[in-house]
Design a binder for this molecule. Structure first.
Ligand SMILES: [Zn+2]
Length: 392
């Protein structure tokens, strides 16, 4: 048996400062292993507290007035683009771009950073967003050779193959904003406050170009880190946000629509179906969860959620069930049942494709996965790996 000191030295525990005693929120199903989340004296997570504020403490009329003021400052008079909406064509970005255009009279340019490998439904939704939703779009697709290499490196060294996508998803809309001199970038929700994270983010309408990209989105490791692993700096250009100087010249500001309008993913789904022909997952649900309408466009994203399950003991069903409790769609008992049934389901559907994409052998793939299991969360039994704690 490993000593406590050994356990504490595991890289995942060190890096994310994971508490060794696992505690679950008394209201939702999230645990204290989610990076940056905090629990109060009553054992309630800050995402649940924020959900409470959304219902009781925030005056949404006042917030909408703030939105109108912001948009009035930026709305173009000649119909030229006046707001950048980072968009995948999913339900949330469809809601954001479509509302800005049709309800608030803005002229959005949506900017898409391509998934690693498009799913059919993801591609169809982007096309519906453009053609049925009536939104202008720029699609950025990175150099596939570099992107594959980065994906493999990020899988091996960070335990998250999705990191190169996240770099571009953040940096590319900012680059386009700087290039076209459009200062305002409007995202959907602020994940840090909606799903639990850095409490400093509560009450913020957005941030400037520097934000806290490095810690909140890049796991503390920026794109240029990968030059240490043989990626050429010039090939990393698409992954880098504009320099401070470039951003200041344009006056870049990043805002979250979820600050100004009450954010309910399920309602965004109905809105996107009605206004842009959005399609849910044709398979009925996504692997690792019971939900059918979130994160549909990338064949590799099941591995992002699976690795989160390995590193933190909480997977895709936990995240989905937690926010559905907060939105009042399901109760905790049902959520627990859904987590037990679906959390950590292996993303079998695109497994072979993921191996081909990254060039990993099956053996190496499992070596990497197992290296990310923190000893306070996992134990090896004769039947294989088993989680030591589960929500109940
Ligand atoms: Zn909670």
């Amino acid at each position: 048996m490993k000593s406590k000191a050994d356990a504490e030295s595991h890289p995942v525990i060190q890096k994310h400062k994971l508490p060794l005693n696992v505690v679950y929120c008394t209201r939702c199903v999230i645990s204290n292993q989610r990076p940056r989340i905090e629990f109060d004296a009553e054992g309630v997570c800050n995402a649940c507290r924020f959900a409470e504020m959304k219902k009781n403490a925030i005056d949404w009329n006042v917030r909408e007035k703030e939105l109108l003021k912001l948009l009035d400052e930026h709305r173009s008079k000649d119909g030229s683009w006046d707001v950048i909406v980072p968009a995948s064509g999913g339900k949330d970005s469809t809601f954001t771009a479509h509302q800005l255009k049709h309800k608030y009279g803005m002229h959005p340019l949506s900017v898409t950073w391509a998934p690693h490998i498009y799913t059919e439904v993801g591609w169809r939704n982007l096309q519906n967003f453009i053609h049925k939703g009536g939104i202008d779009n720029i699609l950025g697709t990175p150099n596939g050779k570099v992107h594959r290499e980065l994906t493999r490196l990020a899988f091996e060294h960070l335990g998250d193959p999705f990191q190169p996508f996240i770099y571009g998803q953040k940096a590319f809309p900012m680059q386009i904003a700087a290039k076209y001199k459009i200062p305002l970038i409007m995202y959907g929700e602020d994940g840090e406050v909606e799903y639990g994270g850095d409490k400093k983010a509560i009450g913020r309408c957005g941030h400037d170009a520097s934000g806290d990209l490095l810690n909140h989105y890049f796991s503390g490791i920026g794109p240029l880190y990968w030059t240490k692993h043989g990626i050429r700096a010039e090939d990393l250009h698409p992954y880098l946000p504009p320099t401070q100087e470039e951003a200041q010249k344009v006056g870049l500001k990043i805002r979250f629509l979820g600050y100004y309008k009450k954010w309910v993913p399920q309602e965004n789904y109905y809105y996107a179906v009605e206004n842009a022909g959005f399609c849910a997952n044709p398979d009925g649900r996504s692997e690792g969860t019971y939900s059918k309408y979130a994160s549909l466009d990338d064949r590799t994203d099941g591995f992002h959620y699976y690795l989160a399950f390995i590193k933190f003991g909480i997977g895709r069903a936990t995240s989905d069930a937690a926010h559905e409790i907060r939105d009042g769609h399901i109760d905790r008992e049902e959520a627990v049942r859904l987590v037990h049934r679906y959390d950590g389901e292996f993303p079998m559907k695109h497994y072979q494709e993921f191996l081909e994409y990254t060039g990993l052998t099956e053996k190496r793939f499992h070596e990497v996965i197992d290296s990310y299991r923190p000893p306070h969360l996992w134990e090896k039994t004769d039947k294989g790996w088993k989680l030591k704690h589960q929500v109940s």
